[in-house]
Design a protein around this ligand. Structure first.
Ligand SMILES: CC(C)(COP(=O)(O)OP(=O)(O)OC[C@H]1O[C@@H](n2cnc3c(N)ncnc32)[C@H](O)[C@@H]1OP(=O)(O)O)[C@@H](O)C(=O)NCCC(=O)NCCS
Length: 152
């Protein structure tokens, strides 16, 4: 949409962000993560969740990556409805992928709903490829598309 992302900064997610993160999560998903999920990410030695903040300190989006051995995973990503279409999702994904690589990932995988067409397009634009489909993967019965990125 041509908006600038210059006023957005990325930093590690903190406990104090969770009220805003939960509001975005609830606005973004039919089966949202609860607070315990995010607390677990903040506590996990394998996870390095990020938030994107506006210049006024508002949380505009977040992404939860994790790495076990050399296998990275994107567990959750959302941008607040009012902030979508300005390159924030791309910015979060690019940082998370750079973090995965710096921590020694050789691959990064994820599962995504076919109905999340914006997310599928974001991942494909980054270079993720579809590696399979898991039938009725989600609680509500929707399939998951499996995607993977391989660092070269
Ligand atoms: C997916 C999501 C995080 C994208 O965030 P965003 O900040 O709006 O995305 P960006 O502006 O950075 O767009 C980056 C790319 O994503 C794709 N994209 C973003 N919005 C799109 C849309 N509405 N339709 C199709 N493609 C879209 C495009 O490839 C876009 O690149 P382009 O602008 O060069 O065309 C956001 O739409 C969202 O929070 N959706 C709901 C939650 C969700 O589905 N999360 C993923 C679960 S795995």
């Amino acid at each position: 949409m041509g908006f600038s992302t210059v006023d957005i900064s990325l930093r590690p997610m903190a406990e104090a962000d969770l009220d805003q993160v939960m509001a975005i999560e609830s606005a973004s998903f039919s089966c949202p993560w609860n607070r315990d999920h995010f607390d677990a990410e903040l506590a996990s030695p394998h996870a390095f969740p990020l938030v994107a903040c506006s210049d006024s300190g508002e949380v505009a989006g977040y992404l939860c990556p994790a790495l076990v051995a050399d296998d990275g995973e994107i567990l959750d990503v959302a941008v607040a409805p009012a902030w979508r279409g300005r390159g924030i999702g791309r910015l979060l994904l690019a940082r998370a992928m750079a973090d995965c690589r710096a921590r020694g990932a050789t691959t990064v995988h994820l599962e995504v709903r076919p109905s999340s067409s914006a997310a599928v397009a974001l991942y494909e634009a980054f270079g993720f490829v579809r590696t399979g489909r898991r039938k009725r993967y989600y609680q509500d019965g929707e399939d998951a598309i499996l995607m993977q990125y391989t660092f070269t």
